[in-house]
Design a protein around this ligand. Structure first.
Ligand code: MEV
Length: 439
């Protein structure tokens, strides 16, 4: 077992790798060369990546692909996607193509406000706290003047501060619930800086206030942080068409619509299915979020909370087939940035924005929602017809062949063999073994 190390972050990269190798990798030169093989050949570019986090040793590759033919509000996009799961980009591309000649995707921004809270302990008389809040509110707003100057110039900034009594859920629990407009920035740093300044002004003011007599009656700030739950920053994306346009065979079209709508209803009612259903949606959402350098953990946390907003975890999508019209849509919260963070630093992120024709935050919200809807459409379309494994394993075939260290001739023969056959791990292993035994 290795001993704890101190001052690790101060070591050079070479020293860190040497330490790791001697403590955890049995000084295996191959392991060390794997780390070094993933360094960028351009030292300046490598330094840029090194500086994103602490203790960078190397880079971790994920495929960066595109799904073309996305018609969104009459405009054609190719969506950049970063993901390891083999079938996701193919599924997105199929869904995009399916809807291309049916009017494409229509989207709408429902709100753009973000929020954060200053959490306060207060065990005195509520009326005194309310009176103090009214008194201090102008100072709270004024105290962030410098921080929000630039944001305000562009039309954003603090929207409001409301004192919330949350003592019904926890004794002495109050909050300063602050809402913000952060325009094209995701706004985490801006919001957190505003909140910490508001918190300090709030706490400092209590000492001068007449409303609190005894020291133990003073409100006390516990913490201040933005919320990744943004139900006032939401977007809707939809597709629709005549039921008969879903399949050239009218009988199949009707049956498909029915089964599809039923599948969504099941995900609206059964948590076990809803989680997997929404995971499929996140396949598309996360892939575009990653490609555009946004915070997928924030988006994941916020979206899943939204899926459970009525106290029951449900499907994020909805579907209907009434009066012979098939409608399928999604409504999700998304706090995204097209400026700040990695967006102006990471070369691949910059490229992703170029591919997307330099969207603003609202446009990116719409594109990301479409990626989620398309992914869900593709998954449900397979699930209620052929089953998921056919397409999934076809895309996974290359991974199996790479695991088996197949050469290009073997890959070609295997791909040919499985064109009309079901791919399973065992079947591929058997086929490769037979090929190898013959040669
Ligand atoms: C796999 O990554 C995603 C699916 O399971 C989604 C779904 O079941 O709807 C296919």
């Amino acid at each position: 077992m290795a001993n704890p190390v101190s001052g690790f972050s101060k070591k050079t990269k070479e020293e860190k790798i040497a330490w790791l190798a001697s403590h955890y990798l049995y000084d295996d030169p191959e392991a060390v060369s794997v780390l070094k093989n993933y360094w960028n050949a351009d030292p300046q570019l490598q330094r840029l990546h090194d500086d994103f986090i602490e203790n960078t040793l190397t880079n971790y590759y994920l495929p960066f692909g595109i799904a073309p033919n996305f018609l969104i509000n009459e405009r054609l996009y190719a969506l950049p996607m970063v993901i390891e799961e083999s079938s996701v980009v193919a599924a997105a591309s199929n869904a995009a193509k399916f809807w291309l000649d049916k009017g494409g995707f229509k989207t709408e921004i429902l709100g753009t406000q973000k929020n954060g809270q200053v959490y306060v302990n207060y065990f005195g008389k509520k009326a005194n706290l309310l009176a103090y809040f009214e008194e201090v509110l102008p100072s709270l707003k004024a105290s962030i003047g410098d921080i929000e100057k630039n944001m305000k110039k562009r039309g954003g900034g603090l929207v409001d501060i409301v004192l919330k009594d949350s003592t019904h859920s926890l004794d002495g629990f109050y909050q300063l619930h602050c809402t913000f407009e952060t325009l094209d920035a995701m706004g985490a740093n801006f919001i957190n800086s505003c909140l910490e300044t508001i918190a300090k002004t709030f706490e400092d003011g209590t000492v001068r206030s007449q409303h609190f007599k005894e020291a133990e009656e003073y409100p006390e700030v516990v913490m201040s942080i933005l919320s990744n739950y943004v139900p006032e920053c939401t977007v809707r994306a939809e597709v629709s068409c005549a039921v008969m346009d879903l399949n050239p065979d009218p009988e199949k079209a009707g049956e498909f619509a029915q089964r599809f709508v039923r599948a969504v209803q099941i995900a609206q009612n059964e948590t076990r299915r809803a989680v997997t259903h929404n995971k499929g949606i996140m396949n598309g959402i996360d892939a575009v979020i990653l490609a555009t350098g946004n915070d997928f953990r924030a988006v994941e946390a916020g979206i899943h909370a939204y899926a459970a907003k009525d106290g029951h975890y449900r499907s994020l999508t909805y579907a209907s087939a009434d009066n012979n019209i098939f409608r399928f849509g999604i409504e999700i919260p998304l706090a995204l940035g097209t400026v700040g963070g990695l967006t102006s630093l990471h070369p691949m992120v910059k490229l992703a924005f170029q591919i997307l024709q330099k969207p603003n935050a609202k446009e990116l919200m719409q594109i990301v929602a479409v990626a989620g809807l398309a992914q869900n459409f593709a998954a449900l379309r397979s699930l209620v017809t052929t089953g998921i494994q056919k397409g999934h394993m076809k895309m996974h075939l290359m991974n199996i062949l790479n695991q088996l260290e197949a050469n290009s001739q073997e890959k070609e023969k295997t791909a040919d063999h499985f064109k009309e056959r079901t791919v399973t791990h065992t079947a591929v292993v058997e086929f490769i073994e037979t090929l190898r035994s013959q040669s």
